[in-house]
Design a protein around this ligand. Sequence first.
Ligand SMILES: NC(=O)c1ccc[n+]([C@@H]2O[C@H](COP(=O)([O-])OP(=O)(O)OC[C@H]3O[C@@H](n4cnc5c(N)ncnc54)[C@H](O)[C@@H]3O)[C@@H](O)[C@H]2O)c1
Length: 273
Amino acid sequence: MSNNLLKGKKGIISGALNSKSIAWKVAEIAHEQGAEIVLTNAPIAMRMGEINELATKINAPVIAADATNEQDLDNLFEKSMEHFGGKVDFVLHSIGMSPNVRKGRHYTDLNYEWYKQTLDVSATSLHKMLATAYKKDAINEWGSVVALTYIAAQRIFPDYNDMADAKSLLESIARSFGYHYGTAKKVRINTISQSPTVTTAGSGVKGFDGFINYSEAMSPLGNADAEACAQYCVALFSDLTRYVTMQNLFHDGGFSITGVTQNVVERFATDAE
Ligand SMILES: NC(=O)c1ccc[n+]([C@@H]2O[C@H](COP(=O)([O-])OP(=O)(O)OC[C@H]3O[C@@H](n4cnc5c(N)ncnc54)[C@H](O)[C@@H]3O)[C@@H](O)[C@H]2O)c1
């Protein structure tokens, strides 16, 4: 159902790899809510081709950009503004990748070249996107940038590995840039800390199955799925959330504020009645 929450708004959505991607759902719902969209992803991800299916469905051009490459990002904002005939109103950063996680390196034995890539792809890329947009004055006043994160930025989840460090940096960049962009141009920047979700990136984490089931049992509302996450992103892109900025917002069914649930207590009880 559409309430036209994003009618007249124009946005760039990164990270739609396949129909499981959180960004894919954001693009679909933003389109449904009246937005015009430019899709982007790394050239290598685009070779898989599924993004074209989404592009056709929501009538959006696709502009390839490696989010670690400043020239690519410059081109992305330049071409997007040309396409829209003006500035953009929202940007989704939905990008994450760790070679150490992919190749099973333990946190106590990281490959530091890969570590740099983890931080560059998963966190510094947000700074690069924001700096590009800022210098080009590419985002309208009251525009909204959202990046996706995970609670391992604040609490230890051992198998999340060096992605935890990347997410801490990502959230810090959102706060710091949020201050500067807010003061200068009234652009707001937030991170959404999402429940574990079955996607290509999500499923790459070792022991994901146990992880997602535990999270489900520890969340009063259960895990939030990709579609619900997309709805929250769209709410943050809309004018109904204009004074929300520099926040890390938990979208996790209550997981982050729950000490324990009855469900989990019962599983550990030894005093059988
Ligand atoms: N799935 C989860 O459990 C979960 C939970 C919390 C947060 N997140 C975050 O949500 C975001 C989206 O992930 P997802 O779960 O939808 O998985 P996904 O694998 O569908 O999306 C990750 C995207 O990052 C893109 N990417 C990787 N390297 C890139 C680069 N150099 N330049 C541009 N794009 C690049 C990939 O092509 C892919 O589209 C990530 O930031 C992820 O960490 C996911």
